[in-house]
Design a protein around this ligand. Structure first.
Ligand code: OAD
Length: 241
């Protein structure tokens, strides 16, 4: 393990372009539950009832109650050493005119709170709301949010600014993600099960374009990785700085 960590540290220190993909596992060390696995949210809740446009149409109150519960949970959590280590890697790359891109599937906003600058939130952000009428996206950090919340401009109902199952990613985010994957020397894949598309194919896209792909996860998840560092993100990522 130590020699693998050393190798990755060496590659990061000379890379001119680094792209990182994170999933719920990086925030698990902040105490936020992941989605899959024995303690995962999808063990106790049905995604079909809570995280689809149909579910929201059927029962917006239920969906908002679930998001209020998650807002309350996330509001009490802090970025952990893995989030902070990525900020250090980004600063180091900027200092030597390198490019650092962070693609996250997480909606908790912890990368931004830790200080990461170049973040693409592929699945949206739990602290943003979007109007179902006029489409305006605004930040709304109320916990709990009054149910149902309404748009200040047009009065229509607000929904969480989250990409639900059955919905597509913002095409601009997707373009930026593909560009970051096809143009990186090193890719770190941290704490994602790699089962949700399109992020599930990101590691192989980067590998196919010549990147050295490293997975950081206590369990095997990406077959595209050349090196797998098995362990918790908060323990491993700081060692890569
Ligand atoms: P998952 O819950 O599917 O996977 C979490 C991954 O984190 C698993 O591979 C775990 O082994 C790993 N893990 C657990 N603890 C860890 C730790 N301390 N350090 C590092 N890794 C750890 O979460 P995602 O892959 O992020 O979508 O799930 C993808 C999407 O599915 C989510 O963005 C969400 C969900 O439905 C939306 O909310 C739209």
């Amino acid at each position: 393990m130590e020699s693998f960590i050393e190798e990755v540290r060496g590659r990061l220190s000379t890379a001119s372009r680094v792209t990182v993909l994170t999933g719920a596992g990086i925030s698990a060390d902040s105490g936020i539950p992941t989605f899959r696995g024995p303690e995962g949210l999808w063990k106790n809740f049905r995604a079909e009832d809570l995280a689809t446009p149909e579910a929201f149409e059927r029962d917006p109150k239920l969906v908002w109650e679930w998001y209020n519960w998650r807002r309350e949970l996330i509001a009490a959590k802090e970025p952990n050493p893995a989030h902070r280590a990525l900020v250090k890697i980004e600063s180091g790359m900027e200092a030597r005119q390198g490019r650092f891109r962070l693609l996250t599937q997480n909606v908790d906003g912890l990368h931004g709170r830790a200080g990461s600058r170049n973040v693409i939130e592929l699945h949206g952000n739990i602290w943003k709301v979007r109007c179902t009428g006029c489409g305006t996206v605004t930040e709304d950090r109320r916990v709990p949010i009054p149910i149902p919340p309404h748009c200040a401009s047009c009065g229509k109902m607000l929904r969480p600014h989250i990409v639900w199952f059955g919905e597509s990613l913002d095409p601009r985010d997707m373009d930026r993600a593909v560009e970051a994957l096809e143009n990186c020397d090193v890719m770190l894949v941290i704490g994602t099960s790699g089962v949700v598309q399109p992020a599930a194919t990101f590691a192989s896209t980067a590998r196919g374009a010549g990147a050295f792909v490293v997975e950081i996860n206590p369990d095997a998840s990406s077959s595209a990785a050349q090196i797998a560092l098995r362990g918790r993100a908060a323990e491993i990522v700081p060692q890569l700085v």
